[in-house]
Design a protein around this ligand. Structure first.
Ligand code: PGA
Length: 241
């Protein structure tokens, strides 16, 4: 597992092209294997991807009837229905718009009475589903993937994290006040992510340029979590600015 692999780098002309290419890869996956297990992400990067995917569903090109989805992460202490929970994001951008059965939609439960047990449960459900076939990722300006902040061990599995200041500063805009921004989240671990069979990373915009350059350098270090992806043999990076 210490081999370092090259990525498939795809430079896109604009955000729409990135979204379309990512949706195409997911469409291919689901059409090849209708009961695919999809790893999903939230944030600004994948909004166009979900729009494109819903469009393909409406046109009858893809069905989610037998698909299962697992999201990377969720804040702790927010109700599922809270407008800024990742569950609400997924409802808005995908879940209410396609034929994905409710019981096939999985996010960590940030409201679980015992968060440590919830982490173990999430890992078990992923494993029981047969494992993630294709995982969508964004990248933080500090190189985080999911909410795996710098310093996270590469062998980590689903765990509770204290969010980095840079992450809080970036995501606080989604909350009415900085005080309401959660301090913690549950995230798939780096090892969990690396076990996906295929990984698609989206990075668009000037602010991601430095992170992409760092990723490109090929240095593998836990100070830059996304660099773990060099240990995976099937990663496509769709990037542009
Ligand atoms: P973004 O977030 O898509 O909102 O830029 C990505 C991330 O922080 O992982």
């Amino acid at each position: 597992m210490n081999e370092v692999y090259e990525f498939n780098w795809v430079e896109v002309a604009d955000y729409d092209e990135m979204s379309r290419l990512a949706a195409e890869l997911f469409e291919q996956q689901v059409n090849k294997k209708p009961d695919s297990v999809l790893g999903l992400a939230t944030g600004a990067s994948p909004i166009g991807f979900y729009r494109n995917l819903v469009d393909r569903y409406v046109k009858g090109r893809i069905s989610f009837a037998n698909v299962q989805t697992f999201n990377l992460d969720e804040y702790t202490g927010l109700e599922f229905s809270h407008p800024t929970s990742f569950y609400s994001y997924m409802e808005e951008h995908l879940f209410t718009k396609v034929d994905l059965p409710a019981i096939h939609r999985h996010l960590p439960d940030g409201e679980a009475a015992n968060l440590n047990e919830e982490c173990v449960r999430y890992e078990r459900v992923i494993r029981e589903s047969g494992g993630i076939d294709i995982q969508l990722l964004g990248i933080g300006v500090n190189g985080h993937i999911g909410f795996n902040e710098p310093g996270t061990p590469f062998h980590s599995r689903t765990h509770i994290v204290k969010l980095a200041e840079s992450t809080r500063a970036r995501n606080a805009k989604y909350f009415p006040s900085a005080e309401e921004f959660p301090r913690q989240a549950i995230t798939m671990g780096i090892q969990t992510i690396l076990e996906a069979k295929k990984i698609i990373l989206l990075a668009f915009g000037e602010e991601k340029t430095e992170a992409i350059e760092r990723l490109r350098s090929g240095n593998v270090s836990k100070d830059f979590p996304a660099s773990c992806l060099h240990r995976h043999s099937n990663v496509t990076v769709l990037y542009g600015k």
